[in-house]
Design a protein around this ligand. Structure first.
Ligand code: ATP
Ligand code: IP8
Length: 280
């Protein structure tokens, strides 16, 4: 299998207008596709693309309680199953649009949905559909995976975030780096719309999961996966589980820094946030 240079998350906040139902940011998607094409042509190994849901999926999931699943255990109600179907229709629509743009740009991209192959127990991944992704990479394709619904052995179903998927993929594929591309320049010391918020250039992660400096976060009311705080948790886990071998970078999709971060792992001061293992 070709070595994986980069796992890149195309954030739903950057690809879509997250507050407006199923609204794509076409220019941002074109930019994202250009970055992935650059990655494929750089001779820096292969890459895996994961995208979030943004305004494709979170609304339907929220309206139908898909993230909490069924209080009665694994037997879902008819309404819950319908909600899951609507959520999947929406996220797979976005997956089609992302994959289509990548193919238009000359990337041999194939959309791969987690539903069915990935399962959870109490919202934790209990089965990961790695072989479909590995086989696609082996055959020379770029997998385009997305946040999705999953069947859950304890609560019928849940929402499996792209961030949680990346945590598992990082363990399986040991990429050189993981890059999260979002709608803001990186991680701020407090929600970026708060007066006085400052971009944090680097976060050092201790083996017990503490971040230095600590950051305050917020999430949109219809975000069913916890927003940026879940992303940070996934990023911290990636750094710890790889013993610091995999740096995690978070920056703005619509920025000059984004392509460089994906290609080389370099981020200048003020260009984004790097999480790495604390030195003792
Ligand atoms: P999706 O889950 O739809 O893929 P995403 O991965 O692009 O979305 P979000 O989970 O929406 O990203 O997180 C990005 C958002 O988090 C930004 O729009 C930002 O306003 C918000 N946010 C809140 N607190 C912070 C913080 N301390 N630093 C950076 N962003 C923050
Ligand atoms: O946007 C959420 O994935 P995320 C997936 O990566 C659904 O958190 C179905 C809302």
């Amino acid at each position: 299998m070709p070595a994986v240079g980069c796992i890149v998350k195309l954030g739903g906040s950057a690809l879509t207008e997250k507050n407006q139902l199923e609204t794509l940011r076409a220019e941002s998607l074109r930019r994202a596709a250009g970055i992935v094409r650059g990655l494929c042509g750089a001779g820096a190994g292969s890459c895996i693309v994961v995208h979030g849901a943004g305004s494709f999926g979170h609304f339907q999931a929220k309206a139908n309680g898909v993230a909490s699943g069924s209080p009665a255990g694994s037997a879902g109600s008819e309404a819950l199953r319908r909600g899951l179907c609507l959520t999947r229709l929406s996220v797979t629509k976005l997956n089609h649009l992302v994959t289509e743009q990548l193919v238009k740009c000359g990337v041999p991209a194939v959309g791969i949905s987690p539903f069915g192959a990935w399962k959870t127990a109490g919202k934790k991944v209990s089965q990961a559909g790695i072989s479909a992704i590995r086989d696609a990479l082996d055959a020379g394709y770029i997998p385009v995976v997305h946040g999705d619904c999953a069947l859950d052995s304890e609560q019928h179903c849940c929402i499996l975030s792209g961030d949680a998927i990346i945590e598992v993929l990082s363990r399986e594929f040991s990429p050189q780096r993981v890059v999260f591309l979002t709608d803001v320049s990186g991680i701020y010391d407090r929600p970026p719309d708060t007066p006085g918020a400052r971009l944090v250039d680097s976060i050092s992660v201790s083996p017990d999961g503490r971040m230095d400096p600590p950051v305050l976060t917020s999430a949109l009311p219809h975000d069913t996966t916890g927003g940026v705080s879940l992303k940070l948790r996934a990023a911290v886990n990636i750094v710890i589980q790889s013993h610091g071998a995999i740096p995690v970078l978070i920056c703005k999709l619509d920025s000059e820094a984004a392509e460089r971060a994906c290609l080389t792992g370099e981020l200048g001061v003020g260009e984004g946030t790097r999480l790495s293992l604390a030195t003792v």
